[in-house]
Design a protein. Sequence first.
Lengths: 330, 330
Amino acid sequence: MVTSRDVARRAGVSQPTVSRVLNGVTTVAPEIRDRVLAALEETGYVPNAQAKAMRAGRSGAIGVVTSEIQNPFLPYLVDAITGAARERDLTTVVWNDPDPSNPMAVAGAASGIVDGVLVTAARRDIHGVMTMAQRGFPVLLCNRAPEEAPVDVVTSDHFGSAAASATYLVEHGHRDIAAVFGPPDTFASPARQKGFRQSLLAHGVHLPDNRVFSGATSYESGYRAVRSLFDGGLPDSIFCSSDIIAYGVLDALAEAGVKVPNDVWVCGIDGLPMSGWRSFDLTTHAQDIPHIAAQAVDALAARIGGSRTKPVRLELPTTLVVRGSTNHAK
Amino acid sequence: MVTSRDVARRAGVSQPTVSRVLNGVTTVAPEIRDRVLAALEETGYVPNAQAKAMRAGRSGAIGVVTSEIQNPFLPYLVDAITGAARERDLTTVVWNDPDPSNPMAVAGAASGIVDGVLVTAARRDIHGVMTMAQRGFPVLLCNRAPEEAPVDVVTSDHFGSAAASATYLVEHGHRDIAAVFGPPDTFASPARQKGFRQSLLAHGVHLPDNRVFSGATSYESGYRAVRSLFDGGLPDSIFCSSDIIAYGVLDALAEAGVKVPNDVWVCGIDGLPMSGWRSFDLTTHAQDIPHIAAQAVDALAARIGGSRTKPVRLELPTTLVVRGSTNHAK
DNA sequence: CTGAAAGCGCTTACAG
DNA sequence: CTGAAAGCGCTTACAG
């Protein structure tokens, strides 16, 4: 790799002068400046961001830590985060690391490769980056909302969206409601489960155990759930804790010859683009991804800037998108 | 952040001694060693990978450069690459960057944040990293196969898989075949188009222009294609250049009341897990993701190691997975 | 076996 | 306006 020293030699100046031209901080004589610019051009110099970051104590980059890149929600969030970061002149690196000690992200954080990390990993256990947070490294939890956290949190209102789903079903006359929940070792799923249950309770609707299925946040889980939920006969509707679960539910229902929405309503949460596909046509509570990303990057940037001390906590509302899997006419 | 100097002070030794304990290269007196280990534990020291990399001239990390993270194929590839890299004691960072000058990856490369990059970006124009490659930085193209490239290439055999698709349809008696191709500004789509066309030609089957639709690699593109392909009446089968295109085709056909496979066969290429879902049940040529990832990481590691000079080029075969969207009985 | 020194590629006071 | 010097946090010869 060509260094600023190489460029300096070629331009016949000292290395710091090259640095000055690059950063434009001090005035440089026009003639020297031109020589340096020419040398930069000729050599195709690219600054060594590591050396720069080490010296400056700041990299201008943020990290995104995830552990389940196959979660179909994630690419949309990452894209939005990358875009929001770029608007603030920050670059973004993504670490996909199933290990809860997050060795990659921790190394990146300790190294100053990034100035802060956004944690979008769904699972509860992420002690690696949380240890960094305790040591004062900027960490923001995105779409994870522990009840008590000494760190910044920007998340969709998982509780509220599930509660609203329950209200929606009850208000359309449903009483025999089934639910397929996600895994307990995440934050979003338990919050959604809690919201759904509390809302049903508030409406005086009982959710018997044989109407509940818990499993992974996956198509397969939803698919399997249907068979298990059938034991009590057909419910009025099936609430799915995630859109991807709902796809499995819909497919299993179709396989069993059950008509949606005529025989059963189905709804999900997330608002994945796929939910609008004809195969699914799924009613869902959509997360506001651009908003989440923008708020998360803003909050992390503020934390990095040190302009804030108290942790912020933002729970952004979701939007009900009614489609063919539920039907107001019922 | 706590540095090795802090640890040294705490242990009452010099900073290089801490370094020696960490790297275990030289013998350190047991007693001193224990003091250092204790100090490491107490401080929660994490090495600064940047300083390490700068000094060592090697980071032990590879980068994955992508420009379309929403491509549903990508997460599986990234997961496989991360796993393959970990087995070789390499960490992985992902840059999602739609800019063809790939500023993030180029900066990361020039910085020694990574020792080499795997480029999985689909679009043709990636002059940023290609410039790095010309300067001798290890770059491997993954699932992109320019005819002539002075860099390492590991890819699925896009041409061959599409050619095999054509053969499959023709051998099952189809003559009126339609095709939905992806965009020309990528590598995979044109290769698949070429393979499909040449194979049909070799079988003496004509592919008229009104049986061809070209568009994005997306559900919407497939959905729109169907309307356009209907002008000539129903074809025997519709070949889709990507699974995701096929989903749109299947949905549009269902909407139009056309039965698959009874009225029309549909097949795709990629082998996404979703293709096995009941909604799609799609016959496809599956890419061998674990194999691609392993070979790509191996080849890049060899390039980084400098043990090779000539570029390698690997085109891995795909596997036909027959499902309900085609039917041997027809 | 262990410390003092040099150096990876930068930036930023400090002289001149 | 420009160069020589120091230092970011490491590793690795070089002395002792």
